[in-house]
Design a binder for this molecule. Structure first.
Ligand SMILES: Cc1ncc(C[n+]2csc(CCOP(=O)(O)OP(=O)(O)O)c2C)c(N)n1
Ligand code: SF4
Length: 280
């Protein structure tokens, strides 16, 4: 508070814990962490009103590096934990974060259903097209011809398109960012947090150790040439035909989030009513 009783603005530093990240020097996740803390300060929600939830992976270490409440859970279950938390504690801002392996492989089913449910939370995926923590296996977003020791000649398997899948599954906010543009990422994440519904922010975040060639992304990314649309079919067409390097908010709709979207009758029925139906 200042002398006039006006609360002082929050700063990004207030969201950064004293735990030093153990990521490799140059990892894109450093700037995503900065973008998250900056976005939270921009939105102005204090650390004790925020929960950062993750699974397992280098990127999933994020909760420990913030001063918010954190839950570093099991691999692939971050969205399930985040959904339960947000439904039980709608007063909290829930930000789920992790990698492409955590979110699209083992957690892929939760990703589909989180988009479909449209619970009001933000999901930040640091996509490096590889499993960094376990030393470089191909992930669902790995290019089919990525040749490395563990998949000689490439896997030959078509890459997953997370943004199109999010759209098709019902996410109400879909954006793509690049970790080399921390201010742009902070702006996208702040918009995602303010969006009332499931907001998905896919951030291209290079793994400099297992995918050093991703350093070239900085020459390839560009702002999306068009405004965000609220027409999922149009957004999907754009995403299916772009080269994967357009960054910005690509889709935003005002679909009512769960649980507000429940019908009047379902909102009136209590768990006790349902349990009574099963009494022997
Ligand atoms: C049930 C289970 N299966 C497998 C693992 C091993 N594992 C840990 S992290 C990881 C992949 C992480 O990749 P990603 O989510 O892309 O994160 P990154 O490390 O690249 O940031 C795997 C397979 C595990 N911890 N638990
Ligand atoms: S292995 Fe890759 S993803 Fe993990 S910390 Fe190092 S650069 Fe980052």
């Amino acid at each position: 508070m200042n002398d006039m009783g006006v609360p002082a603005a929050l700063t990004a530093a207030q969201y950064k814990s004293s735990t030093k990240p153990i990521w490799c020097p140059g990892c894109g996740d450093f700037t995503v962490l900065s973008a998250i803390t900056k976005a939270l300060a921009l939105v102005g929600v204090p650390p004790h009103r925020v929960a950062v939830v993750s699974g397992i992976g280098c990127s999933s270490r994020i909760p420990a590096y913030t001063t918010c409440y954190g839950f570093h859970g099991v691999h692939g279950r971050a969205l399930a934990a985040g959904t339960g938390l947000k439904v039980a504690r709608p007063d909290l801002t829930v930000l789920v974060a992790g990698g492409d392996g955590d979110g699209y492989s083992i957690g892929g089913n939760h990703f589909l259903h989180a988009c479909r449910r449209n619970v009001d939370m933000t999901y930040v995926v640091m996509d490096n097209h590889v499993y960094g923590m376990t030393k470089g296996q191909a992930s669902p977003t790995t290019e089919p011809d990525w040749d490395n020791k563990l998949s000689p000649g490439g896997t030959g398997i078509r890459a997953f398109n997370p943004l199109v899948i999010a759209l098709a599954s019902g996410a109400s906010f879909v954006a793509r960012g690049y970790s080399g543009d921390p201010n742009g990422c902070a702006d996208l994440i702040a918009k995602a947090i303010r969006h009332p519904g499931f907001a998905f922010v896919e951030i291209m975040s290079p793994c400099v150790t297992f995918r050093p060639e991703q350093r070239a992304w900085k020459e390839q990314v560009r702002p999306a040439p068009v405004e965000a649309t609220d027409d999922p079919a149009r957004a999907a067409r754009r995403l299916m035909t772009d080269d994967g390097f357009n960054i910005g908010v690509l889709y935003q709709s005002n679909r009512i989030p769960y649980p507000l979207a429940r019908t009047e009758r379902s909102a009136q029925v209590s768990l006790d009513d349902i349990a009574a139906e099963f009494e022997l």
